[in-house]
Design a protein around this ligand. Structure first.
Ligand SMILES: Cc1cc2nc3c(=O)[nH]c(=O)nc-3n(C[C@H](O)[C@H](O)[C@H](O)COP(=O)(O)OP(=O)(O)OC[C@H]3O[C@@H](n4cnc5c(N)ncnc54)[C@H](O)[C@@H]3O)c2cc1C
Length: 375
């Protein structure tokens, strides 16, 4: 199947990934009149912000919260009409009394993700789920300007091809290098992208019948298999979960044995370690649990050059590239990602306008020449 190459080709964009970066870019460009195709390999949207239903509420599989300093993210929430769903809470972080406010949406971050998708589809653009981008190649277009062919594989092994003038990739830098062999990107730039290294994430979300502590955020002692204990309910209340939600978040390498262990065995390890801190917690207190593995969870090494636009009309928008954009250490990554998405979309909108004006001038000149021929 092929899509694209119509008269509006100059306003087509393919976006790889439906995480916060992909959906923010998708919303901005769809609203600016572009025809956007978002391709997502998972069956649902959100990327690292993916959520599930627990009790009567939606909840992220990985713990997320807002800060007052997340200016771009808060402004996106305002634009999406979900700012009034944010509530600010005093939180208690280990070793420090409630030193900062943390924000959380009524209904979780799912409300932001859903309203982004709603805006995208309302504008006539679409998101394709369970569709993996396997290759990105250059597309020869009539006027010689750059376009891209994104070759995808659906879960039933069908191939699907999307042709577009612009392409935005929001997966990891490593995945980008693996799917872009045919693009004219110098080898040294590819090496730099391969060196944007990531740690995998291994997190367990527990719903316990009883609370374990009043502390919202705690670093786990070094001997524990996880790094942090995030006591979601202590931060944001009991809500509709039907229990107390606790996240145990850890990092590992995909070469660690832990990475290939079964979910049940990871849960046993994490729970046994948690009981060393909270001995009164019993297995029978756990109502439900879920292990989440993310291969590219946290970018660790950042490039010192701007890699966001390695080829004409092609952009990379991923948290692996955002640190060089800010002087603060971003414990929170969503805000820089939203800023980067905004800046990439402004560049694309400006380029499309330039192309439109160029075509209009060319059309005018052709008309004048035709008229001159008639005289
Ligand atoms: C445990 C944890 C807690 C966090 N908590 C916070 C927090 O409290 N505050 C904060 O600001 N940030 C937090 N972050 C960071 C935040 O989640 C990320 O910065 C943000 O979600 C990144 O969004 P993204 O769209 O750039 O990437 P992602 O969410 O990773 O989205 C990329 C998408 O691309 C898709 N994709 C990749 N390759 C392909 C392919 N070949 N074909 C099709 N689709 C593809 C993926 O499936 C994915 O959906 C946390 C991260 C972790 C791991």
């Amino acid at each position: 199947m092929t899509e694209g190459l119509n008269k509006d080709f100059d306003k087509t964009v393919c976006i790889v990934g439906s995480g916060l970066s992909g959906l923010t870019c998708g919303m901005r460009l769809a609203k600016a009149g572009f025809h956007v195709s978002i391709v997502e390999e998972l069956a649902s949207p959100g990327g690292l912000l993916a959520y599930t239903r627990i009790g009567r509420e939606y909840l992220e599989l990985l713990p997320h919260h807002l800060r007052k300093s997340d200016k771009a993210l808060l402004s996106l929430a305002r634009e999406m009409g979900v700012e009034d769903k944010i509530h600010w809470y005093d939180s208690t972080w280990a070793g420090r009394a409630s030193h900062r406010k943390v924000g959380y949406f009524d209904g979780g971050f799912s409300c932001l993700v859903s309203s982004l998708i709603q805006d995208i589809t309302d504008c006539g653009s679409h998101v394709l789920f369970s569709t993996t981008v396997a290759e990105i190649s250059e597309l020869g277009t009539d006027d010689g300007s750059k376009g891209y062919r994104t070759s995808c594989i659906l879960t039933n092994s069908t191939r699907y091809v999307i042709d577009s003038r612009y392409l935005i990739f929001t997966g990891s830098c490593r995945t980008f290098v693996n799917v872009s062999h045919g693009l004219p990107i110098p080898i040294d730039l590819r090496d730099i992208m391969m060196n944007v290294t990531y740690k995998a994430g291994l997190s367990v979300m527990l719903v316990s019948k009883k609370p374990i502590s009043e502390m919202f955020f705690q670093h786990a002692p070094d001997f524990m298999p996880f790094d942090n204990i995030i006591n979601h309910t202590a931060g944001f209340g009991e809500r509709g979960y039907g229990g107390n939600v606790i996240y145990l978040t850890g990092r590992c390498s995909t070469t660690d044995n832990l990475w290939i262990e079964s979910d049940a065995s990871i849960m046993t390890r994490y729970f046994t370690a948690l009981r060393k801190l909270y001995p009164s917690l019993r297995k029978s207190d756990i109502k439900s649990w879920r292990v989440t593995k993310t291969r590219y969870a946290i970018s660790e090494r950042y490039p010192d050059i701007d890699l966001t636009n390695p080829c004409e009309n092609l952009y990379i928008c991923t948290s692996g590239l955002t640190r060089f954009q800010t002087k603060d250490l971003p414990v929170n990554h969503m805000d820089p990602v939203v800023q980067l998405a905004g800046s990439i979309c402004s560049q694309i909108i400006a380029k499309a306008k330039e192309t439109e004006e160029k075509h209009a001038t060319e059309d005018n000149q052709t008309e004048i020449t035709d008229l001159a021929g008639l005289v």
